[in-house]
Design a binder for this molecule. Structure first.
Ligand code: NAG
Ligand code: NAG
Ligand code: NAG
Ligand code: NAG
Length: 432
């Protein structure tokens, strides 16, 4: 785990200043933090929910997950356990047609983004951080479609870029694709540097990634290699393999009042108490087992032992139809969305409901505060609000849940690639 001497000497003044800094604040923090943010709240100024954007985000999340299952099959030769019995190419084909009718909206505007540096000399790019995928891509200077306005990556200007002589194509739910060439180059994040990191230089961006629809330049996936479209080690795994991090962990605080990605450990200023760890049950997504769900203090326990994917690239909590219906059946006054003009899969709840849904991981209950579960009013001034747990109607056969921001804003989450664990702790300053 020793860094090359040259690196150490070059980095020494910085390392010392950071150590001094972290000692002042907290002796236990051993990694590096980068601030992250998102462009939009789920609610608009008038209190109503951004429904179109949520729908687009949901559709994209599910599509990404299904594409990851395909990559898993290609990379490992095995069927992903959560995709057992699914005809993925058929479903993805279907989904493509079904989503063609959805108006193009800014589905990424809820995603969390920050900055990385790429190449030699290095250039800064803003990227979404997504635990639900495993690849890096950036728009190339040679990109001729939808890349205008973004910072462009020029491999020919980077002394450390190596052409892998491989192309890539990442498909999206609206039927579009991001495609280009694979390179290896130096990628730095929060002052940690990965050498020979595989990344995609896109020659074509889909309209969903054009600047007006997508503020960051590109994306960094934080999942496992088995779902990588490049079948190459993802950025964080490269940092671990090259001995750059003290601990093989990264952690997120996702909150409107200050969000952070921490690499190489956890930031103990941001959580209270200890972590509840659950095992990664399949190394692909950050997949684990949810023990169950409680509604308020009702003793009924729902969803006994369900597979879940923890996904920072998903805004809502997406479950299967029967489970989600069972949950809303326990919430007084809730109604299926179509009763008030929403799409199937969404539910309304009275805005004064105050319902608290708790997710149990291991043996610990993690409540989702009403302020995060309640997405906002159906329309401005309505006394009906939209619940943060939905199902996706045409995919009722999916037997797992995708757990996004609505839950993750309530906890401090650590992703441990050394022990293959996910840990949740109470936030030091939880949402109201
Ligand atoms: C890619 O192709 C070029 C030209 O043929 C070659 O010089 C280079 O070594 C190849 N790169 C890799 C990673 O094989
Ligand atoms: C990166 O790859 C080059 C060959 O392309 C190799 O010489 C170098 O040692 C590699 N660096 C690391 C840190 O793996
Ligand atoms: C959950 O299922 C397990 C078996 O899979 C069973 O032993 C346990 O009692 C169930 N728990 C609840 C609360 O239903
Ligand atoms: C977390 O700990 C700090 C310091 O001990 C305390 O002020 C704060 O109230 C705690 N937060 C919660 C949610 O318990």
């Amino acid at each position: 785990m020793r860094a090359p001497t040259v690196f150490l000497i070059a980095a020494l003044p910085f390392v010392l200043s950071v150590l001094a800094h972290s000692r002042r604040h907290n002796a236990r923090s051993v990694g590096f933090a980068i601030p992250i943010s998102r462009r939009n709240e789920i609610r608009s100024e008038d209190g109503a929910v951004h429904l179109q954007r949520l729908k687009a985000n949901t559709q994209q999340s599910i599509y990404d997950i299904l594409v990851g299952f395909l990559n898993f099959k290609i990379n490992t030769g095995e069927t992903h356990p959560l995709a057992d019995g699914l005809d993925l190419s058929h479903i993805l084909g279907l989904s493509k047609r079904a989503t063609g009718s959805v108006p193009l909206v800014d589905d990424s505007s809820f995603l969390w983004y920050g900055t990385i540096q790429v190449g030699t000399p290095s250039e800064s790019f803003t990227v979404d951080f997504d635990t639900g995928s495993s690849d890096i891509f950036l728009p190339s200077t040679k990109c001729d479609t939808n890349c205008d306005g973004h910072t462009l990556y020029d491999p020919s200007a980077s002394a450390s870029a190596v052409d892998r002589n491989k192309t890539f194509k990442l498909r999206y739910g609206d039927g579009s694709a991001v495609s280009g060439e694979q390179y290896r180059d130096t990628v730095s994040i929060a002052h940690l540097t990965a050498y020979n990191q595989t990344l995609g230089a896109a020659l074509t961006y889909s309209s969903g990634f054009s600047e007006s629809n997508f503020a960051p330049d590109g994306l960094v996936g934080l999942g496992y290699q088995s779902i990588s479209a490049y079948n190459s080690p993802p950025l964080f795994q490269t940092l671990v393999a090259q001995g750059r991090v003290t601990l093989p962990q990264f952690a997120f605080k996702l909150s409107n009042t200050g969000a952070e990605l921490y690499l190489g450990g956890t930031n103990s200023n941001l959580y209270n108490g200890s972590f509840t760890y659950v095992p990664v049950t399949q190394q692909g997504y950050w997949q684990t087992i949810l023990t169950g769900i409680f509604i308020n203090d009702c003793p009924d326990f729902l969803l006994n032992q369900t597979s879940v994917i923890i996904d920072t690239g998903t805004t809502l909590i997406i479950g299967n139809e029967n489970d989600v219906k069972a949950i809303y059946a326990k919430i007084p006054g809730s109604q299926p969305g179509p009763d008030s003009g929403l799409d199937e899969g969404f539910f309304t709840i009275p805005c004064n409901s105050g319902t608290v849904v708790s997710f149990v991981f291991g043996l610990k209950r993690f409540p989702v505060s009403w302020s995060t579960f309640n997405l906002g009013q159906v329309s401005a001034g309505s006394d009906l609000c939209v619940g943060g747990i939905i199902y996706y109607p045409s995919l009722d056969f999916l037997d797992f849940w995708i757990i996004g921001d609505v839950f993750l804003q309530n906890v401090y989450t650590v992703f441990d690639v050394g022990e293959n664990l996910i840990g949740f702790a109470d936030l030091a300053s939880p949402p109201p």
